[in-house]
Ligand binder design. Sequence first.
Ligand SMILES: Nc1ccn([C@@H]2O[C@H](COP(=O)(O)OP(=O)(O)OP(=O)(O)O)[C@@H](O)[C@H]2O)c(=O)n1
Ligand SMILES: [Mg+2]
Length: 466
Amino acid sequence: MNICNRLLQLRFVPKIINHTLKRKVSEHQALKRIEKLRSMALPLTRQNPVIMKLDSPEFKSIFTEELLSLVSVFKKYGYELRVAGGAVRDLLMGKKPKDLDFATTATPDQMKEMFTTENIRMINTKGEKHGTITPRINDKENFEVTTLRIDVLTDGRHAEVQFTTDWLLDANRRDLTINSMFLGLDGSVYDYFYGYDDLQKRRIAFVGDAVTRIQEDYLRILRYFRFYGRISEGPNLHEQSTITAIKNNVHGLERISGERIWVELKQILEGNFAGDIMLSILDTGAAPYIGIPSIPNINELKTVWQRSKNKKLQAVTLLSTLLKTTEEVLALHLRLKLSAYDRDLALFVVEHREPKPNAKPLLPYQQLMVKCKAKTSDVHEWIVEVLKYNNSPHLEEFQNWSLPKFPVSGNMLKQKGVEGGRFMGLVMNELKNIWAENDFNLSAEELLKQVPHILSILEERRKTKK
Ligand SMILES: Nc1ccn([C@@H]2O[C@H](COP(=O)(O)OP(=O)(O)OP(=O)(O)O)[C@@H](O)[C@H]2O)c(=O)n1
Ligand SMILES: [Mg+2]
């Protein structure tokens, strides 16, 4: 079956059905849960959560005129506002965060009332159920502000939430200690679960009980590995208790949408220790839940990772090492919903990774630039990936090579009596193949000599079709 037919099969992608929570939680149940959470969390927390005052250039750089207006509105109405989660982690590492999430003691209704009174427009009302309001200040900057909350009921993907004014409880529902800190706009860093200590130790750990955190959202398994790659100092410094918690719950990834899985996996595969982390992920038994065959080609992953780790392979290229056939690529695509580019790159790698012996080693690849019916610039990138995959000594030569200009034009063919349209396209393709087979060395004159022969072959084909 050729690639086109295989791609047609992709139309029959089964829809993943969203199960939403049916049960509702009573106020009494919610209060009981809060009490339980607090008593479980307290022994793990710091006595005094304010650990330092940040004054770094990165911290100062977040203060736009718009953020200053947002801060003054919250102050005016007496609600607390702090930066939360990932941005605090990044600032403590001396990095400017790519986006800021805010947490507040104001409920969504209180925020709506406040912003309406202050004539501040709110956009994107979808997040309100989970406590997120997005004011747009000066028609310029959006801020996502989320009410402190606990997850009362979770099904591993969605949560029913209860708002709170207790910062500790909000920190307690977050995934990793390093992601559980808050930053007041005066620079105070609030760290309940020793996230700063872990950041300094380069330690990735779930907040409190790993099993509970994972069961609240199974995607956190992959988030763990993503932050491991970003923060850890070595490829194999996982804590056994964390890995055991992941292994015992890895089946939960089955319920997570392919798109969310791919967002995480892609970053893992493009980050530090990618090959080693992928091996650790496979070791947890995750493969069948994330679209990878149950017997993946682990040896190929190890070999390619060893020889090409400094080549910065694209995520999909490294993932393709685990796949033996194009059918396995399509199964992966069905699960992860890759982009068309990534899907075709994986198909290309699996079909062309075996080097073809040739006196001119690059020639078979150069010929693919003509023979492969995809955008030429994409095919060029895919060949680069295959050469990196094989750690080919000809990589640089190919990167500096570009397809010569095809010497025959449509007008020349017209003058030879070839009718326009689709038929001319067919003749042109045949000529391009002959040109590629001859090392791209034939002149227009030499190629045009082939036209009568091509016409008779095409005519013959037309007759046999009838
Ligand atoms: N499954 C998840 C996703 C997010 N969070 C919390 O929400 C914050 C923001 O989430 P997100 O923006 O997805 O991740 P970041 O940690 O900010 O990482 P990145 O820098 O990649 O955005 C996280 O820091 C974490 O506190 C969580 O607890 N569990
Ligand atoms: Mg973020």
